[in-house]
Design a protein around this ligand. Structure first.
Ligand code: 6PG
Length: 630
């Protein structure tokens, strides 16, 4: 759509046009910038332009309009005083005319207040004489403020254009928040939620009633009506649980048309996403699998978004994703095209794997402080606050500080929460993929297993009675232990991220996805659950380094932490504190940095019992040997 803001000199075309362009997220062009030099000189001298002067200028604008339209639309500020001029500019069918109407006196006052413009106030008279007010389009009174004018234009446009730009299916916590995020940024949103008698009734209507200030949202509980309400090519975001996607697609696809884009914003398994991408592509539709992280608050205020799939489909929705995403420290949106097929959901799956281990690491650090050192939760929150300020800042640490201070009555709420961790699948999927690709996944799989073990509560209670803890007779210096613990936690986090990125690297190579790790880290610096100060560093480091543990600043940190890290894990285990993630991070690091390992013994054993052969250190790689061991 092309929007032309028209009117005489001084009516506020540029100001209104710029603000309108911002609201509509379109580029802004000022016709004044296209006047040839002689015309500008003429106007400066107070000589009005005639039709002949304006002809080449209008012709140039007329030739640019289809180009702007092809690039997604634009807002143009142009006097377009006569009907004949407007006909010249009408080179595309979709032009919205916005006429800024005002009395001679109002405009004159504004012109007298205006400096640094080539059009002297005296020119107003000639412009008013040339003006043929359009009998169509949106007319707005210029005595309103620019903001009021833009608001009036937007609501008139909404009225004239009843179709919604973007559809959201599924109004659970995430779907509702994303729909409201889009709508509060000016997008015309249609929302659909299924009708389940007695359970999910009138959900969309309820969301509308809760948000009376958002006049650009519509609600449906009939899928056909929802689809019909959308502008073509349609953009439909599915925010439903992964297990329901296929059934939803079965009923949605027949209602769509070639070129429409379906986005799956949930936590779907990336191989399912690849299959669905192929299925929809066969029907001329685009399927974009987009991981979205940030929980309810992120979805409402700015999540991190990881879209993957067909580029053509992505291009059509990119501006909406960029609009609602969180911003990084330089103001760039925390979203980027990730890669083909299921790459977006794959990257989100690894994000969740890292998330699982980050959460578990914090739980272990908390256990050591509380149950080994006997420090009270409020004091632990104090220690964490210090870490938060000193290089270990992260969203997960921040929420843990809050959790450690949340009381129910006089008691800590945390102590009342059942210690059985649940999981929806993403962490486990990523561990299975790591196995499939042969990538060591120590911390992340340990975190998944720790949740599984936690779920065996009844058995754990019985076992606890059988195997009561015996504390070793070691004296601990609390201050130096906490210092070492901070280093251990820091090292664990580095190793955990390295492991997650290693899986992405391997799969990217195998599937030719060409993932950009610095960009992935960048879009994870804000909006998502694993956002942290470390992630900011990774976005820089991955610009130059493939392997985090080889990057000089990281090498220094791990070297410094190494001793303290080992003593924390050893002592914690002696005290009977389970440390699956901390200890597997340490093990991974020691294994990774051991040049000569004991894997030669494994090879010898394999050859001994199964004639599996082995390679030799003193021969060239690729040559295999077998020994008669007896
Ligand atoms: C996010 C979260 C989000 C969700 C997890 C929880 O990035 O916003 O990861 O996707 O909270 O899927 O997963 P579990 O229920 O498996 O812990």
């Amino acid at each position: 759509m092309i929007y032309i803001v028209m009117g005489v000199t001084g009516s506020g075309k540029t100001t209104v046009g710029q603000r309108l362009a911002e609201r509509l997220r379109l580029p802004f062009y000022d016709a004044d910038d296209y006047h040839p030099r002689p015309s500008i000189d003429k106007m400066r001298q107070g000589i009005p332009l005639n039709d002949a002067d304006r002809a080449p200028w209008l012709a140039q604008l007329a030739s640019l309009i289809p180009v702007w339209e092809a690039n997604g639309g634009a807002v143009l500020a142009c006097s377009a005083l006569k009907e004949e001029y407007r006909k010249t500019l009408q080179t595309v069918p979709d032009i919205s005319w916005i006429y800024l109407d005002g009395s001679r006196d109002t405009i004159l006052q504004r012109l007298q207040a205006r400096h640094a413009h080539f059009m002297p106030p005296a020119m107003l008279e000639s412009q008013l004489q040339s003006l043929e007010k359009p009998a169509y389009g949106i007319h707005v009174d210029v005595s309103l403020s620019p903001e009021q004018i833009v608001q009036e234009v937007i609501s008139k446009l909404d009225h004239m254009n009843p179709q919604s730009e973007f559809g959201v299916i599924g109004l659970g916590v995430m779907g509702k928040s994303l729909a409201l995020n889009l709508a509060s940024r000016g997008v015309r949103v249609a929302m659909y939620n299924r009708h389940v008698p007695g359970k999910e009734e009138g959900i969309a209507t309820q969301v509308i009633a809760e948000n009376p200030s958002l006049t650009n949202i519509k609600g449906f509980d009939k899928l056909e009506e929802f689809v019909q309400s959308l502008e073509k090519p349609r953009k439909v975001l599915l925010m439903i649980y992964a297990g329901a996607i296929d059934a939803q697609l079965d009923v949605l696809i027949p209602l769509l048309e070639s070129g429409d884009v379906v986005i799956d914003g949930g936590n779907s398994y990336y191989k399912d996403t690849a299959r669905r991408t192929a299925l929809l592509s066969g029907k001329g539709l685009h399927f974009v699998g987009a991981g979205i992280s940030g929980g309810e608050e992120g979805a409402r205020k700015g999540p991190s978004i990881m879209p993957g799939g067909p580029r053509e489909g992505y291009e059509q929705i990119a501006k909406y994703l960029e609009l609602i995403a969180a911003r990084d420290s330089k103001g760039k949106p925390c979203t980027t095209y990730i890669g083909p097929d299921g790459a977006g959901h794959f990257v989100k799956m690894v994000h969740n794997g890292i998330e699982y281990a980050e959460m578990q690491a914090l739980a272990e650090v908390y256990s050591l402080l509380r149950f080994m050192l006997g420090i009270a939760p409020a004091e632990i929150a104090g220690i964490f606050k210090d870490w938060q300020k000193n290089s270990l800042g992260s969203y997960l640490l921040e929420i843990t500080i809050d959790i450690l201070q949340k009381k129910e009555g006089d008691e800590l709420l945390l102590d009342k929460i059942l210690d059985q961790a649940e999981q929806k699948g993403t962490g486990g999927w990523s561990a299975a993929v790591a196995l499939e690709y042969g990538v060591p996944y120590d911390t992340l799989s340990a975190a998944v297993m720790a949740r599984a073990l936690s779920a065996m509560k009844t058995e754990r209670v019985k076992a606890a009675a059988l195997y009561q803890k015996q504390s070793p007779s070691v004296t601990i210096n609390e201050k130096s232990f906490v210092t070492s613990l901070k280093q251990a936690y820091q090292a664990t986090r580095i190793i955990n991220h390295e492991i997650g990125f290693s899986l992405m690297r391997e799969v990217s190579v195998q599937l030719n996805w060409e993932l950009n790790f610095s960009e992935i880290a960048r879009i994870w610096t804000n909006g998502c659950i694993i956002r942290s100060q470390l992630m900011e560093e990774l976005a820089e480091i991955y610009k130059h380094e493939q392997r985090l543990l080889m990057a000089p600043p990281i090498v220094d940190k791990i070297r410094n932490a190494r001793q303290g890290f080992a003593s924390v894990v050893a002592l914690g285990l002696q005290y009977g504190i389970p440390l699956p993630v901390l200890s597997s991070a340490l093990n991974y690091f020691i294994g990774y940095s051991t040049a000569d390992s004991a894997a030669n013994l494994l090879q010898a054993q394999r050859d001994y019992f199964g004639a599996h052969t082995y390679q030799r250190k003193d021969k060239t790689t690729g040559e295999y040997f077998h020994t008669q061991w007896k």
